[in-house]
Design a protein around this ligand. Structure first.
Ligand code: UTP
Length: 416
């Protein structure tokens, strides 16, 4: 059987006949590409993911408990110094690396390009999000007299654009040999009827499969091996879109070492019970993150005797992993989460349809699902005005405007 026939059989078997119709309309080169793509898709997995979408969200909340975090304001100066010293030792012996996750689609921002190439209006002059990350790395290199290896996770969709952008800007004067790119995984989207979509380029529409894909991607793309060769012990994994992210967090490293944890996270406390960030909780002795939409009503407003929210401590992608932890997680199968979103597609007559309402499920791994494989995780409470200025939405909360204000207030002082 030739490849075309094989692809057709596969599409028939999994009830994707509409793709066959489109395939038959294509010229030879495009047909070949689509056939190749069909042959690489794991349709068994797609079927299973589709079945799971019908089950709905089922978060087991009965065993949820609040977690304990370290509040740096409650540490003595000596304690803090001792932790920081431990962290500094790691940096100074070149056993530390940073990974920036930039494989997301940034749909809420609505910017036509990878988020890192978005320019934000900060003082003294506007900067790209990638540039702000480089500033942070350079400051640490200068302070500790080291050269921190920097890894950037991209997606198949934005990889070329990101590399081109970094080349064009000469890596914002970061030593190019210290920077490595690697791509994350992707998965087809599925409609509520279980059908795949065809995109404007006549390929099956796929999307990156979530930031939790970082673990298997680091393994598969040789990044863990590269880190081992460089004798890296601790790896900070952060997002591209927090303009106050302090990746070289010596206090966090020191605490992780002191507590004997292989993972540490800097949290942010909710500024109101309904803030749309995931709560750090404990379940059967393990740390779990419950999305804001999944937290049961009675837990949202629950407070302790001092009136502080019991589930206010939140996960904001400021994570530190020991290399052994990354190695361990990379062998695990994290669960997929689905989100119902809007995606354009070509219909059977080849006409491009831009839906007004969500029309397909996207499947994602979440980085925090990895926490469940560990008995202990160190949690350090960060400060919003020092650590958290996300660029998520086009306008309003967590927008370029609010992030730039937080950045400017932090670096140049609050304007009255
Ligand atoms: P978000 O989950 O906020 O996604 O990503 P996003 O793509 O930036 O924005 P929306 O939800 O589409 O509006 C948090 C971090 O995880 C990365 C993002 O690039 C960002 O740094 N991420 C997300 C990935 O690297 N890959 C993914 O598949 C998803």
């Amino acid at each position: 059987m030739d490849q075309k026939q094989e692809a057709i059989e596969k599409l028939k078997k999994y009830h994707q006949e509409h793709i066959i119709n489109i395939l038959e309309m294509l010229e030879e080169q495009k047909q070949k590409k689509l056939i190749e793509q069909v042959l690489t898709i794991d349709f068994e997995q797609i079927e299973k993911l589709y079945e799971d979408t019908k089950k709905g969200i089922n978060v087991e909340v009965s065993e949820l408990k609040p977690i304990k975090s370290i509040n740096p304001d409650k540490l003595s100066q000596e304690q803090k110094k001792a932790y920081e010293q431990k962290g500094e030792e790691i940096i100074k012996k070149n056993a530390f690396a940073v990974v920036t996750m930039s494989g997301g689609q940034g749909t809420r921002l609505g910017y036509n390009g990878p988020k890192g190439t978005f320019k934000i209006n900060v003082k003294p002059q506007p900067k790209y999000l990638f540039e702000i990350i480089v500033d942070t790395l350079k400051r640490a290199n200068e302070k500790y007299q080291v050269m921190i290896p920097w890894y950037i996770m991209t997606s198949e969709e934005n990889n070329d654009e990101i590399i081109h952008f970094m080349e064009e800007h000469n890596y914002f004067a970061y030593p190019k040999e210290q920077v490595k790119f690697f791509t994350q995984g992707e998965l087809p989207l599925i409609t509520p009827e279980g059908k795949l979509l065809v995109d404007e380029e006549d390929k099956i529409r796929v999307a990156s499969n979530g930031n939790g894909s970082i673990f298997e991607s680091m393994k598969q793309k040789g990044i863990l091996e590269d880190m081992r060769e460089k004798k890296i012990e601790w790896v900070y994994i952060g997002s591209i879109d927090n303009v106050l992210l302090k990746m070289v967090d010596v206090l966090l490293i020191g605490i992780a070492i002191d507590e004997g944890s292989q993972i540490a996270t800097r949290s942010i406390f909710k500024n109101n019970p309904r803030e749309r960030i995931g709560s750090l909780c404990s379940q059967n002795g393990k740390i779990k993150v419950i999305e804001y939409s999944e937290l049961p009503e009675e837990m949202i407003e629950a407070t302790d005797e001092e009136g502080e929210l019991l589930y206010g401590e939140s996960h904001v992608m400021c994570n530190l992993f020991h290399i052994d932890a990354l190695e361990k997680i990379s062998t695990k199968q994290l669960p997929y989460h689905s989100a119902f979103k809007k995606y354009s597609y070509k219909d059977e007559n080849g006409k491009v349809i831009v839906p007004e309402e969500p029309n397909a499920y996207k499947f994602e791994y979440f980085i925090f699902d990895s926490f469940e494989y560990f008995n202990q995780i160190s949690i350090l409470r960060g400060k919003r005005e020092e650590d958290f200025a996300p660029v998520k939405n086009k306008e309003g909360v967590d927008s370029p405007e609010t992030a730039a204000k937080l950045y400017n207030d932090f670096w140049f002082g609050k304007e009255e």
